[in-house]
Unconditional design. Structure first.
Length: 575
């Protein structure tokens, strides 16, 4: 469906009346839309778009009837209903790819905002806008392809999804948001009225709430937010979604406790980025602390205090147990007794510092030793701090938390890719080396996958590199949310990713990656030339720990990826 020619729009509106109003409407009609057509490979999304289009004529008739009723009777409730219907139509059309219809609806709402019940109004501009809307709907219906047959849906389960409640009285908008957030790991439950949402919140609070600012009926989204239980208002972030960009609506949302305010038509990437930010902070992994002390009762006392502080601990009674725990547990800080039999604490610290990968881990000595030169010598042997016994447990917990947080931040900056937050190339390969060693030691299977976004150069050439970065982040988010915490994900370079799946045979890994492939393909991205979707290709191999090195297992996964590209892309191949 083509955009109405600006000259034609101006001819339609130009008759010398309501000059100021015409200028505002003209600007609204020619404002660039946030979305064009919904070009998605998702059968479900296409079905939603077709359903919405099928109802557009009906909604047009309702809008026209509402205008006629107001012009005949001049009642306030009739005017309010006309504004509401125009507002809802303006907010939802762009999301389904019918931006031209949406802009006309927004112009109608603007015209009606200047009317007053009981006063004589000039309906000519509204009538002409309705005529323009009718023509745009007709063109959309003529240009629409026949509904495609249902295809394969993502087999990924909803288990583990983050619960989000959506208060939205537009069913099509609610279904669209829910459908597009699902592949990112968010299970959206839509509510059309405040009462049912409040009842659900009291029994099962979600991880986040999304409210439309202006609902039909008497209650607005901010009013509903203020009726939430106090503990929910304090702990659950509230995101407001509205077609209104004015200051008053934003201030109203702020006063109701808004964590953010997003405008319609909704940009799904913005919503996901926001939900990731406000929900992931509360789901951060606890700090891992290794306590090494030959007095096991003392070590357990420290561990109990740290666990009360929200950390996870591992206790080792000697140096050999400590080295095994470092390899298996991956501590972010080590508490180390200075005096232990057979191998002392400062000797163990020196051994730990011989491993380059362990150099950044903080080591805190704990000892009854008060001799300052002895303490300094211990620090020279690899320690970062010295705490003397008897230990104040509150001080210990605070000190450990600060150092573990600093270590995690430092490690992230060194190991993580700046765009995606995934492991960078070097540290992904180091992780593979460690996983191969673990597989040799335990005899458990290890699968390795290489993934690549199909035709990614076309995305950059068509929409620009910022949009390409957005697509890369989307895939990174899918991988992070859908894979296990024990799986290792890295950005290998450009649009290529590497995934390590410990304790996973090759056939099962291929099934998991194929589900991820399907999930990624249904995502809708917003580009400079409209909405679009992407696919990925993947190669999977099962490592042979006794004979494989890092390079050989990556080479086999790469060969399988190349075969997936040769066979037509958008597929998973095993080596």
């Amino acid at each position: 469906m083509g955009s109405p020619h600006p000259g034609l729009v101006r001819m339609t509106l130009a008759s010398g009346f309501l000059g100021t109003e015409i200028g505002s409407v003209d600007r609204a009609l020619n404002e660039p839309s946030a979305e064009r057509h919904l070009h998605s490979s998702s059968d479900k999304l296409r079905e939603l778009q077709q359903t919405f289009l099928g109802r557009l004529s009906e909604r047009y008739d309702e809008l026209e009837a509402c205008l006629t009723a107001f012009l005949e009777d001049g009642e306030e409730h009739q005017l309010s209903e006309f504004r509401r219907q125009a507002h809802n139509l303006g907010g939802s059309c762009g999301s389904y790819g019918y931006s031209e219809v949406g802009r006309v609806a927004q112009a109608l709402e603007h015209v009606a905002s200047n009317w007053r019940a009981g006063e004589e109004v000039d309906p000519r501009l509204a009538r002409r806008l309705l005529g323009l809307m009718r023509r745009e709907i007709y063109e959309a219906e003529q240009a629409s392809p026949r509904r495609a047959a249902p295809g394969v849906q993502s087999a990924l389960p909803a288990a583990g999804s983050v619960a989000v409640y959506l208060l939205e009285d537009e069913p099509e908008m609610a279904e669209l948001v829910a459908e597009q957030l699902q592949p990112y790991g968010y299970a959206v439950t839509p509510f059309s009225d405040s009462a049912s949402l409040l009842e659900a919140v009291r029994s099962h609070p979600p991880s986040a709430l999304i409210f439309d600012v202006r609902l039909s009926g008497t209650e607005r989204g901010p009013a509903t937010a203020r009726r939430l239980p106090l503990d929910v208002r304090k702990s659950v972030p509230i995101v407001f979604l509205s077609a209104h960009r004015d200051l008053d609506s934003r201030v109203e949302a702020v006063r109701a406790g808004a964590a953010a305010y997003l405008t319609k038509p909704p940009n799904i990437t913005e919503i996901v980025d926001l939900l990731d930010r406000v929900t992931r902070n509360r789901q951060a992994d606890p700090y891992r602390v290794l306590v090494v002390d030959d007095m096991v009762s003392t070590a357990k006392l420290y561990a109990a205090a740290l666990e009360d502080g929200g950390m996870v601990t591992r206790v080792a009674g000697d140096a050999r147990q400590a080295m095994a725990a470092i390899d298996d547990f991956g501590p972010e800080i080590i508490l180390l007794d200075l005096y232990m039999p057979e191998i002392s604490g400062d000797e163990l610290a020196q051994v730990i510092r011989q491993y380059p990968s362990l150099l950044p881990i903080p080591i805190v000595f704990i000892s009854a030793e008060h001799d300052e030169p002895t303490q300094i010598a211990a620090l020279d042997h690899g320690g970062d701090a010295f705490i003397t016994k008897p230990v104040d447990l509150d001080h210990l917990t605070a000190s450990v938390r600060v150092r573990a947080q600093r270590y995690r931040t430092l490690r992230s900056s060194m190991q993580r890719d700046g765009l995606t937050g995934l492991l960078n190339h070097r540290h992904a390969k180091e992780s593979l080396e460690a996983e191969l060693a673990r597989a040799r030691r335990t005899g458990s299977p290890l699968s390795v996958a290489m993934l690549d976004i199909d035709h990614f150069k076309d995305v950059n050439d068509t929409h620009g590199h910022p949009v390409g970065d957005q697509v890369i982040r989307s895939l990174a988010r899918i991988l992070t949310q859908r894979l296990r915490r024990s799986d290792v994900i890295g950005r290998y370079g450009g649009e290529e990713f590497i995934v390590l799946l410990p304790d996973t045979p090759g056939d099962h890994a291929a099934t998991v990656l194929d589900e991820l492939r399907q999930s990624f393909s249904v995502l809708t991205h917003q580009g400079t030339e409209g909405s679009f979707s992407c696919s990925l290709s993947c190669g999977v191999t099962e490592a042979l720990p006794e004979s494989d090195g890092v390079d050989s297992v990556i080479a086999r996964a790469d060969q399988a990826l190349y075969r997936a590209k040769q066979e037509g892309r958008d597929r998973v191949e095993r080596s």
